[in-house]
Design a protein around this ligand. Sequence first.
Ligand code: NDP
Length: 325
Amino acid sequence: MATMKAIVVEETGGVDKLTYKDIPIPQPKEGTVVIKNHFIGINYIDTYHRSGLYTLPLPFVLGRESAGEISAVGPGVEGFKVGDRVVYIGGSTYAEYSEGKVDAVEKITNDISYETAAAIGIQALTAWTLVRESYPVKKGDYILVHAAAGGVGLLLCQLSKYLGATVIGTVSSAEKAALARENGADYVINYTEEDVVAKVNEITNGLGCHGIFDGVGKSTWDISLQSARRLGSVISFGNASGVVPPISISILAQKNLKIMRPALYNYLATREESHKWWGEVFELLAKGVIKTHIYKVYNLEDAKQAHIDIESRKTTGKLLLKATL
Ligand code: NDP
């Protein structure tokens, strides 16, 4: 049986649970295709799957996205053929080949490299659905973006600015502050040194922000609620610092706040939805509104180092793995 290299999680835990090993190349099934991966996107969610914060049946091949070419097509698949250049959002992508439902695959045009496709993927779709659906950003809004120099964070800065907002970013270092500014943040607050709520009040004349995008979670949740203006929206979309503790709903009455906890896959539930959002993201890329910032490309076998780096808060923008075929 033909084999491939993959990063397998046999039990959940720290980075030592990432095992680089040979496993069989997946075969296509009814309605699925197999993709020969060129680049694989790393997302913070991969650390939740590895650690067990989000559970998957064991053992599993880690990863949620890749870009590459179709190498095999299963029965019942229409509109895709071997050799098509595609981007894929689904499971088991830290591998030389991935098998996935054809609905989770989108074709990419020749002017988009595999590297760029893997770099925009989940993070750009997340950022764009957040600013269009979770809290539709409007011209003149004050928007607060936590972890503004991260993968989703940089894109939220670019896209909120594009939609006409004044963007306030939070970051943990001076280097990250400079990068957030380059990507659309009008103001940047170092939340490891400064009082974010006081700064937000200073910037917004004491009114607070219309929309808050919080992917940091536990350590920023209270700051997010306090930084919102009356009638504001607080969108909690991640847990990089830990899970947000349970809240009493009545606290929202203090400012008539809206809160939401979106997940990208619920915006991409049908072929039509997926196609629409991908189409818009490709258009924003072509217009230069979305700009990729690739922190580093690691070899597949070095996934462990990539996890160490993203969890240590030293990375900015996107981390990629290169499938070593
Ligand atoms: P990032 O590149 O943003 O990395 C996480 C960042 O979080 C770090 O760089 C760091 O920035 C910040 N951070 C703050 N506190 C901590 C901490 N204690 N440990 C580690 N990092 C911390 O990752 P992604 O762009 O991949 O993801 C960002 C968030 O978005 C994640 O929470 C992720 O789960 C979420 N997400 C949610 C989706 C959804 O569908 N809901 C889809 C995609 C992503 P700094 O040093 O500046 O504080």
